[in-house]
Design a protein around this ligand. Structure first.
Ligand code: PMP
Ligand code: GLU
Length: 389
């Protein structure tokens, strides 16, 4: 028997990825499973993007690239950040990684020392605390409530700050609750981070999945001072339905980015050359028409779920302003979220993610990154289970 390192023993496998693949295997085996677990858009990668990847292969763009990404992809990212977010970066302030998850992992590795603390707002994307642990640092949670729109109160952030606080993660729109921080919220957070000199890791991966005409605001764009303290993280996974291609990026302080590239040069060497060519195409083309269509479709599905659950007594849905999840309070059902999700899968063949790994055990997360018929079938079954409890 080999003994696994103490560091890895401290972390858990990703529940979002494992439930989704378990449910997909059941579906493949012929079971009538409804999957409301997926953390990826259901529409396919655009054809022009696929063609760009095929061209890259045919042109022999199949060798190592610079560790931090090709110059032409970084140029595309630079343009995107300037035009869409009002953020000016030089190329040495941008690093491309194998997905935003990898960018975040690298960032915590390069900014944290043992004993440092990173503030995470609850409910949170389940990989944050694990990445922070892997970097030897400690996660300090700031609780929020359904009643307060799952938004962190400034006084709670303030009281979570200690001398050891290194950074805070801001994820807007957020996973799992779909919370969108508006300018006023961000200004308040920025002010306190400036006062205490705390880095902001701004995870903007759901930037393009926003509803009701809301506009995305990057906290880094509020002022030059706040930009200096912020590392913006984004990628092509959710915006362009390119989850499998694994391209994400980080933009921020030159020294942090240089350290990320150094770390990457000894781990992945570089993000996949072909995926980089595909991502560059996605970012350079005007795909706004297609993306708008997809966004409106997501909104239609969200509205459907909210309406379906509106009259329910034992399950209460939080209406998301962005991302493609509905976070639902199931605390009145008398089961913890893991048991609830297991029962739902075993008895009703519906896969959802329990709230526990997101830091809210009284909740489940429903993904609406699937077609309306599937969602309708899922809603019916969920209501059946809930009303039988
Ligand atoms: N941040 C959040 C909040 C997410 O939900 C995800 C989902 N995968 C990611 C980052 C990472 O995305 P990716 O690695 O596919 O770019
Ligand atoms: N982020 C997505 C989710 O929350 C994809 C899976 C993952 O990377 O965690 O479901």
């Amino acid at each position: 028997m080999f003994k696994i390192s103490a560091k890895i023993q401290k972390i858990n496998p990703s529940e979002t990825l494992s439930i989704t693949s378990r449910a997909k295997a059941m579906l493949k085996a012929g079971e009538d499973v409804v999957i409301l677990a997926a953390g990826e858009p259901d529409y396919d990668t655009f054809d022009v993007v696929k063609d760009a990847a095929i061209k890259a292969i045919k042109d022999g763009f199949t060798k190592y690239t610079p560790s931090g990404g090709t110059v032409s992809l970084k140029e595309a990212i630079r343009r995107k950040l300037k035009n869409e977010n009002g953020l000016d970066y030089s190329l040495d302030e941008i690093a491309v990684s194998c997905g935003a998850k990898h960018s975040l992992y690298n960032i915590f590795q390069v900014i944290c020392n043992p004993g440092d603390e990173v503030i995470v707002i609850t409910p949170y994307w389940l990989s944050y605390p694990e990445m922070i642990t892997l970097a030897g640092a400690k996660t300090v949670f700031v609780k929020t409530t359904f009643k307060d729109g799952f938004k962190a109160k400034i006084k709670d952030i303030e009281s979570a700050i200690t001398k050891k606080t290194k950074a805070i993660i801001i994820n807007s729109p957020s996973n799992p609750a779909g919370v969108v921080y508006d300018r006023e919220d961000l200004e308040k957070i920025a002010k306190i981070c400036l006062k205490k000199n705390i880095l902001i890791v701004s995870d903007e991966i759901y930037e393009k999945v926003l509803f009701d005409g809301k506009k995305h605001i990057s906290i880094a764009s509020l002022s030059d001072d706040i930009k200096r303290l912020t590392i913006v993280v984004n990628g092509v996974s959710k915006s362009y339905s390119m989850t499998g291609w694994r391209i994400g990026y980080a933009a921020g302080d030159k020294d942090i980015i240089k350290a990320v590239v150094t770390l990457q040069s000894h781990s992945t060497s570089n993000p996949c050359s072909i995926s980089q060519a595909a991502a560059e195409c996605a970012m350079n083309r005007d795909l706004s028409g297609e993306m708008k269509k997809n966004r409106l479709e997501f909104q239609r599905r969200r509205d459907f779920i909210i309406k379906e659950l509106s009259g329910e007594k034992k399950i209460k849905a939080f209406n998301p302003a962005g991302a493609f999840y509905v976070f639902c309070d199931i605390s009145k059902c008398g089961l913890d979220s893991m048991t609830f999700a297991q029962k739902l899968l075993d008895e009703k063949k519906v896969a959802v993610i329990p709230g526990f790994p997101f830091g809210e055990d009284g909740f489940i997360r429903l993904s609406f990154a699937t077609d309306l018929d599937t969602i309708a079938k899922g809603m019916k079954r969920i209501k059946e289970l809930v009303n039988s409890l």
